[in-house]
Design a protein around this ligand. Structure first.
Ligand code: 13P
Ligand code: SF4
Length: 385
């Protein structure tokens, strides 16, 4: 079992240098500059001192002040691959959230340490599926007589415990870039899929990419006896979706799509598959963060884009493409509050500590969990492209 985040010491934004700079809490739509102008220089100096000994990974939802120090940026799939491809770096600093750092630890060698600059950078979606709940769900599937034909597939956005559960039961991890390939593989192996923990990615992929009917999917609610489902409903379903969602992408609504279409003539609506089904149905294009970036890059000058994903990425895209009209899909802004916890002070602390020979905030998955979780991650990496 991995150590739960809540038992680890928390580091607060703005602690030390400027306690008043609790950034990201109000979501005012704009982030104030880093509290200490010398921080950029300190981060640069510490990184330079570390040289090839450190490899900094930055997820697309990270703040600009952090992303500028990333050796590679990417979605969770690309970053997992990149972490696995750097055996020579003893230190991997993961600017992302806890489940990503866990995956990096699982995929890297024993002599490498993975550091998460703020241990409080969790993920509300990953927290919606606990190990005990998923074990209980499997018991329910066994009681219904269907467990033998069910292949578990978990989204990357899940704890190492859940990935290990999936590995133990012959399943795979997937990301928003390869969910269809993962489901094609899983249905070649079994009759049904238990999809964890994001019901929206599961439903959107099953219905829009696999040609399933909405009625082929049922939602297992871990807070209700037997998931709130009858044994007949479980037996009739092809896709058993876990009742989890992303608190950022879950905010977008059909109304936000209608509103932007009324307001901006000719606008293209581009959303992440973690959005609700009715939002995705109303969009023009759907894809992972890497897909969203490539689509905006390839778009013609003068075109308009309403993008339904995390604000740091949308704002960065808008700044990088001033010749295109790139806007946030919703009228009210929302950062991912946990992604946003990684700020420059935390990054500086990580880099300076490493340069001084001290590893702080190391993420380490215990060996047994790592063994089975690696099986599920390796299965994902081996999916046909
Ligand atoms: P991707 O990086 O797979 O697009 O996922 C988005 C996300 O919500 C990560 O937390
Ligand atoms: Fe989790 Fe959503 Fe934040 Fe991604 S954007 S880390 S899924 S809460």
């Amino acid at each position: 079992m991995t150590t739960p985040v809540r038992d680890l010491p928390l580091l607060f934004l703005g602690e030390g240098a400027d306690p008043a700079s609790e950034r990201g809490v109000d979501c005012p739509g704009d982030l104030p500059p880093a509290s200490d102008p010398a921080l950029v220089e300190r981060a640069r100096a510490a990184k330079e001192a570390l040289g090839d000994r450190v490899f900094v990974l930055g997820h697309h939802y990270q703040r600009d002040e952090v992303i500028q120090f990333a050796d590679v940026t990417g979605d969770s799939f690309k970053l997992a691959r990149q972490a696995a491809a750097r055996p020579e770096a003893p230190y991997i600093v993961f600017c992302g959230v806890h489940f990503m750092a866990e995956s990096a630890d699982i995929l890297t060698a024993d002599h490498q340490s993975v550091v998460l600059p703020d241990l409080a950078a969790g993920c509300s979606m990953a927290d919606m599926a606990t190990f005990d709940q998923v074990e209980e769900c499997w018991d329910v599937l066994e009681d219904a007589g269907i467990a033998d034909g069910v292949v578990p597939v978990t989204y990357m956005n899940s704890s190492a415990d859940i990935k290990a559960f999936v590995g133990r039961h012959g399943g795979t991890v997937c990301t928003s870039s390869n969910a269809k390939r993962a489901l094609d593989w899983a249905y070649g192996k079994g009759e049904k899929v238990l999809f964890l923990p994001d019901q929206h990615l599961g439903r959107n992929t099953a219905v829009l990419e696999m040609g399933f009917a909405l009625d082929d999917c049922v939602v297992y609610n871990p807070h209700r006896p037997d998931g709130g489902l009858t044994q007949k409903e479980l037996r009739d379903a092809k896709m058993i979706l876990w009742r989890g969602h992303c608190s950022v992408h879950g905010r977008f609504s059909k109304e936000s799509v209608d509103e932007v279409r009324d307001r901006v003539p000719g606008v293209n609506v581009l959303v992440h598959p973690e959005c609700r089904h009715e939002v995705v149905l109303g969009a023009d294009l759907i894809g992972s963060t890497e897909y969203i970036i490539k689509t905006i890059e390839a778009a013609p000058s003068g075109s308009s884009w309403a993008v339904g994903t995390e604000l740091n990425l949308v704002r960065r895209l808008a700044n990088a493409h001033p010749d295109k009209n790139v806007m946030f899909l919703d009228k009210t802004v929302c950062f991912c509050s946990t992604m946003n916890r990684i700020d420059l002070p935390h990054l500086v602390r990580s880099l300076e500590s490493l340069a001084a020979g001290e590893v702080v905030n190391r993420i380490q998955v215990d060996e047994e969990t790592a063994h089975y979780a690696r099986a599920a991650l390796d299965q994902m990496l081996a999916l046909p492209s």
